[in-house]
Design a protein around this ligand. Structure first.
Ligand code: IMP
Length: 188
């Protein structure tokens, strides 16, 4: 199974390459653009992007949208994670959560459009917490302030294999590979 991956984030491209190769899914970078709508769930953002790209004539591709959800901030920044990262970054998130419960989760929704397998999406979730200061130099975005449950390292302190084992994106990749397998069985 080969899919074009739509992303402008080189970290995501590397994580997908590393994770999906092991799961038997080939990807190649697909340069395409969609307008991210303002809405309340990652799934709606992904569905809209998939439809926009299909309208532009693209076929056999995948894309994702991710976010950091903090229950003590009523789920913020969630679908606004990119804007919050661009404006106040990790230091701003640490200020926002000061004095509040630090439980948080990352979510990653992957949308697929395939001529053979149809259109579908899967969502991976990584529960964890926001720590008190930035730690580590790897990864991107909120990685230096997020520690997933079951580990003491931030995503920024992990190599890519470990991050993929714990992360929202890694978990979404496992669900993606399972769904592809299931749909291939149905299709044959
Ligand atoms: P998007 O999926 O590229 O729209 O990501 C939304 C925001 O969440 C961006 O600011 C990313 O930097 C951040 N983000 C997405 N995935 C991750 C991740 O795996 N680690 C840390 N931050 C992430």
């Amino acid at each position: 199974m080969k899919l074009g991956l739509v992303t402008s984030n080189k970290h995501k491209l590397e994580e997908y390459r590393q994770g999906l190769e092991r799961l038997g899914v080939d990807i190649e970078l697909l340069k395409a653009d969609c307008e991210e709508i303002q809405t309340d769930t990652l799934q709606k953002v992904v569905r809209s992007c998939v439809e926009q790209l299909k309208d532009q004539g693209y076929r056999n591709f995948m894309l994702d949208d991710s976010g950091l959800f903090v229950p003590s901030l009523n789920g913020f920044p969630g679908v606004y994670s990119a804007y919050v990262m661009e404006t106040i970054g990790c230091p701003g998130m640490l200020r926002l959560i000061h004095g509040l419960d630090r439980k948080a989760r990352f979510e990653c929704c992957i949308g697929v459009s395939s001529d053979e397998l149809g259109d579908f999406s899967v969502t991976g979730v990584s529960p964890g917490r926001i720590i008190y200061e930035e730690r580590g130099t790897g990864g991107f975005g909120y990685d230096p302030i997020f520690v997933p449950d079951g580990d003491e390292r931030t995503f920024a302190q992990m190599d890519m294999l470990s991050k993929n084992q714990h992360s929202h994106r890694g978990k979404a990749m496992v669900l993606l590979a399972a769904e592809i397998k299931r749909r291939m069985g149905n299709w044959k």
